[in-house]
Each structure stands twice: as C-alpha cells, then as structure tokens.
Design a protein around this ligand. Structure first.
Ligand code: GLC
Ligand code: MG
Length: 576
C-alpha cells in the first residue's frame, strides 16, 4: 500500500469515527408506530394531533422507544384517513401546522427520539394538484397517473381490465373530464401514480429529500407491492387477472389472483432507488443513518429481495409480517417456531431481523392471540434478535373495540355491507389511546372522540398500569431494559418448540449470560427440561422477567432440567 493510500485511509477513518458509534442505531432499535388520529388530542376536537404527540414524547422515552413512525399527517381529504395525500409537502390542518411539526422534531431531538414518516408512493388523493392537472390533460402531468379509454364491447364502454380494488369493486373509474378511466388499486379517491413515467419517480424522490432535510430519520413506505402494474402491450392494453375459484363474490379483492397488479419486479428496483436517495441524503446531511421500513404483504422470497441483492441495498427493515399474518389463537408452538425460523433462516447474510406484531390495519395482539398471551407475545417480540416494532397501545394490552355498522368509518368496511364489515373493518384497532381513567381515557378534553374509547379504559391505561408491578406496561418496560444487555443486543439466537405447547428462545453471547424466553401457550401446567433443548446452560437458571401468571418471582432460581410453567405463563430466565 502506498503512503498516499494509507494517508487517505487514515483520514477517512478519522472522519468516520465520530459517527461510528451511532452508525448502527437502528440494528437493535425499538420502533413504535403512532396512529396520529388516535394518540393524543390537544385541541379538543376529538382527533389526535401533532401538539398532542409532542406533549407525550416523554412517554415514548419512558417505554424505551428509539424511533417512532407516524401514519400520514399530510394534507388530505381523509377518504382513507390520510392514506390519500393531497399535498405531499404539507401538514393537514387537522393535525396542525408545519410549525407544530418542526416543534415535534425539535422535542424529539432533545429526547434523542427519531421521527419516521409514512411515505405513500402508490397513489395520491384525487384532490392532489397533480391529479387535477393530469385529468385536465396538462402536458407535464398527463401521464402522472394510469389512464385508459377502456374497451367497447357490443357498443358499450367497459373498464380496460377485470382488476379489482383492495377496497372492493373495479380498479378503474371513469373520469368525465378526461374521458378516460383511471387506475386505483385502493379507493377511487386514491388514483395510482404512474411509475413508468420517470417524472413521477423523480417527483416522489424529491418528496423524500424534502422531509429528510427537515430532519426525519426515514420512512415507512406504504403499500409497496402495489406500486407497479404489469406494463401495457404495444397497443397500451393490459391483461385480465385470473380467478380464485374458491371466492364467489366478484367485487371482493380475493376474487382474483393479483399477478399483474402486485409484486412486479420493477417494484424491487424502485425500493433500491429510494435507498439510493437515503444514502445520498446521508452524505448531504451527515449524522445518524436514515432508514427505510417497507410495508409489503408478500411471499418470503420477494420480501428478502427488498433487503438488497448484493449489488444494490434496499430497505433495512422490510416489515416481517410472518407472525402478524400467520398466527392465530390456535397456533401451536411448532407453528410459532416455524414462522420465526422462516425469517431467521432466509434472511440474507449481514441483514437484521425485524418483528412486527401489530399495526393500524390488523387486529390487536390480545384480540387475535388471546388476552392471556399478551405478556408472552411481548416477551417474544422483545427478546428476539434485531428490531422490534410495537403498535401504539400493545404495550398496555389494548384490545379491539367492537363498533357497529352504523358507527363504522373505515372505507375498507364501509364499501362492503352489514354482513361483511366485521371481517374488513380496521376501526377496532384505531380507537383512542388510553392514557388514564378520566373521561375519554385522557385522550381529549373535548366532549367526543372520532372513534369510541374502549369500555375497559379504567382498567387498561398508562396511569394505572404504571402503578401495578406486573402490569403489561411494566413487563414491557422490564423487557425493554434487557435489550440494552450485550446478549440481547448482539447475541445469537436458537428457537425451539418443546412439544406443541411450549416455545423456547435462547439468546447467547460469548462470555455473557444467556437468556431464555419460555412461553407456555396452553392451559396445562408444563414441566420442561431445557437441558434437553439447549446446549451450555447452567444447572440453575434465574428468573429475570415473570408475569402475573407466575408463581415464582424475579431472581428466584430453578433447575434448568425442570422448569415448571403455569397455564399461559411466559418467563425470561438467565444462566447464573
Ligand atoms: C396500507 C396502509 C393502509 C392503507 C393502504 C392504502 O396498507 O397501511 O392503512 O389503507 O395502504 O394506502
Ligand atoms: Mg385535535
């Protein structure tokens, strides 16, 4: 090596050293999703807002959150509660002002919390200026969306394809002004942007740059699999999608196999391009790394490509929905183990695992897997290697709230009917956050809330749970504290089902204590020989975290070869 190369290398090293410690902040981070409409209302209108979030950031600190991603806060007619963005560069007045957002960022910085925004690339609102101009045929914008004049059969005009919207009915809506159909994978008020137009790609990259320059640390990217549709043929036509024979309702999304409207290869490449923007901005702005979290309900092999392909980097955090999508109240320990292994065993070398147990679209943990398993699930989430993602309220054990058809507001349900809405509605998981036992759970000072507050708020709320040693909240905090230990941060993992009822997860690191999470999924008492499951345990193990199902207390000892588990008990043990 020449002297000059050596010198350059040393300089580079010296330059990068100060940031080195923080470089990997996200690799063992705790992410927390805030649904802004339902977190905290500061102005009494019954809808959460940015000032409310800013007021409560210290709570996020209290529960050890590293970064929080916010569902959309941008200007929107709220047809899909913000997932229909009318102005990608502004804050909706319902949530506050740009100044409120700047204050939120400033407060987050003081607390060393990172703010992540929701980026909705697939579509805009039909009230977005881009769409209005596109519909008017303005040269610059005419191909910003996917337009088609349809086909004429027996003299009657029909949509170009049979494609069905995620929210029911045709993906094509006729536009009188433009005299053409436009494509929308979701609501008619959410026209799909046309990613085969390079101007759209550039426009959306600029949106990323704008918010990164403001100081956000990255994005959760919405509905990624839907971004591209298969390319049109030389006549500009698309192909029909094949049927799913087991579904008979022709309006239902699952009536078709979405081979032309989801998971197109171009989508993966677009994620790589978004990552390049992130890297470009890391260079421009310096400081801690920015991250991408991608929302894709897709096959595992596709998800793994989101991480990168060896030549290109992609999303650091392709949301792992294995547990969220595939566990139910009857799943046994083999199923849990299989799903955990699915991610761990298929992840490309050098990448980091992430675990998502809830979000604003899916039934809550307690309602999905049983309220008596809430602590166990949080034990699993927080002792697995890599990144944990918690949806607001899961740390308290909030449950789905039943809401009648008359009171339902989620468009996914409202577009269906009284017989079907319960399967589709997402309102039950979006009810106001439960802060205390005052009226409306301390969420608002106003007279009403946009969705009802859960009946159980006097029992399940932050204030009360703070005072109960083995509340869901306090167990969550204990688990979170463990994550600062080197073993939990960097240790290896072994996952095993011990028969159908017991799941065991061991974390180990050289010269450090090992930690073993043991979960009894069932209602029988279980006696487990952990020596038969894991190598290199000490003869005795100590209790590190117990739950209210436990007979034992923290710091009690047990023999590794005979660990007694109460019905539905979850524990964390350590070698001694
Ligand atoms: C994502 C969001 C969901 C939204 C949809 C359309 O799946 O999580 O809430 O309705 O995209 O933007
Ligand atoms: Mg408000």
């Amino acid at each position: 090596m020449s002297n000059r190369t050596l010198l350059t290398l040393c300089c580079l090293l010296a330059l990068s050293l100060p940031t080195l410690a923080d470089y990997d902040w996200w690799r063992s981070a705790q992410f927390y999703q805030i649904y802004p409409r339902s977190f905290k209302d500061s102005d009494g209108d019954g809808i959460g807002d940015l000032v409310g979030i800013t007021q409560q950031l210290s709570y996020l600190k209290e529960i050890g959150v590293t970064a929080t991603w916010l569902s959309p806060i941008f200007t929107s007619p709220m047809a899909d509660f913000g997932y229909d963005v009318a102005d990608f560069y502004n804050i909706d007045p319902m949530f506050g002002t740009m100044e409120d957002f700047d204050n939120l960022l400033a407060r987050a910085n003081q607390l060393n919390l990172k703010i992540i925004l929701d980026f909705v690339p697939n579509h805009s609102s039909d009230e977005c200026d881009w769409f209005v101009r596109s519909a008017a045929g303005e040269e610059e914008y005419k191909d910003f969306y996917v337009w088609h004049t349809g086909k004429v059969v027996n003299g009657i005009r029909q949509p170009p394809t049979n494609w069905i919207s995620v929210f029911r009915g045709s993906q094509w809506t006729w536009h009188e002004g433009r005299q053409a159909y436009y494509l929308h994978q979701f609501l008619a008020k959410q026209p799909d942007l046309n990613y085969r137009n390079p101007k759209v790609v550039e426009a959306m990259k600029d949106v990323l740059r704008f918010w990164l320059r403001k100081g956000v640390y990255g994005f959760r990217i919405d509905a990624v699999p839907h971004v591209f549709e298969a390319a049109a043929d030389k006549n500009g036509d698309f192909l029909d999608e094949p049927r799913n024979e087991y579904v008979s309702d022709p309006e239902d999304y699952s009536y078709l196999q979405h081979i032309y409207t989801t998971n197109q290869p171009e989508t993966i490449d677009l994620v790589y391009q978004f990552r390049e923007v992130i890297e470009e901005m890391n260079v421009e702005l310096g400081g801690d790394d920015r991250v991408l979290l991608t929302e894709a309900y897709a096959p595992l092999d596709v998800l793994m490509q989101y991480y990168g392909n060896g030549t290109h980097n992609g999303s650091q955090i392709p949301f792992n929905f294995e547990l969220l999508s595939n566990l139910n109240i009857n799943s046994d320990a083999y199923k849990y183990s299989e799903l955990l292994h699915n991610w761990l065993d298929n992840m490309p070398e050098g990448q980091v695992a992430n675990w998502v147990l809830g979000n604003h679209d899916q039934s809550r943990i307690g309602s999905r897997l049983g309220t008596d398993r809430i602590d166990s699930i949080n034990m699993m989430l927080l002792t697995l290697p890599g990144i944990s993602v918690t949806y607001q309220g899961e740390e308290l054990g909030m449950e789905d709230v039943w809401i009648s058809w008359e009171d339902t507001v989620d468009p996914q349900a409202c577009q269906s009917n009284p017989n079907e809405f319960e399967r589709l509605t997402r309102d039950p998981v979006r009810t106001p956050f439960q802060w205390n036992d005052e009226p409306l759970a301390g969420f608002t000072d106003g007279p009403k809330t946009w969705l009802p507050v859960a009946d159980n708020y006097k029992l399940v709320n932050v204030k009360r749970e703070r005072g109960i040693p083995l509340s869901h909240l306090n167990i969550y905090k204990q688990l979170r504290a463990l994550r600062d230990l080197p073993t939990l941060k960097r240790g290896d993992v072994t996952v095993n089902a011990v028969g159908p009822n017991v799941l065991a997860i061991k974390r180990s690191l050289k010269n450090e204590k090992s930690y073993i999470t043991v979960i009894n999924l069932n209602n029988d008492v279980e006696l487990v020989n952990l020596d038969a499951v894991f190598a290199e345990l000490t003869a005795e193990l100590s209790y590190v975290v117990v739950s209210d199902k436990s007979l034992r207390r923290k710091d009690d000892l047990t023999h590794a070869n005979s660990v007694l588990l109460m019905p539905k008990e979850g524990i964390v043990l350590a070698t001694v």
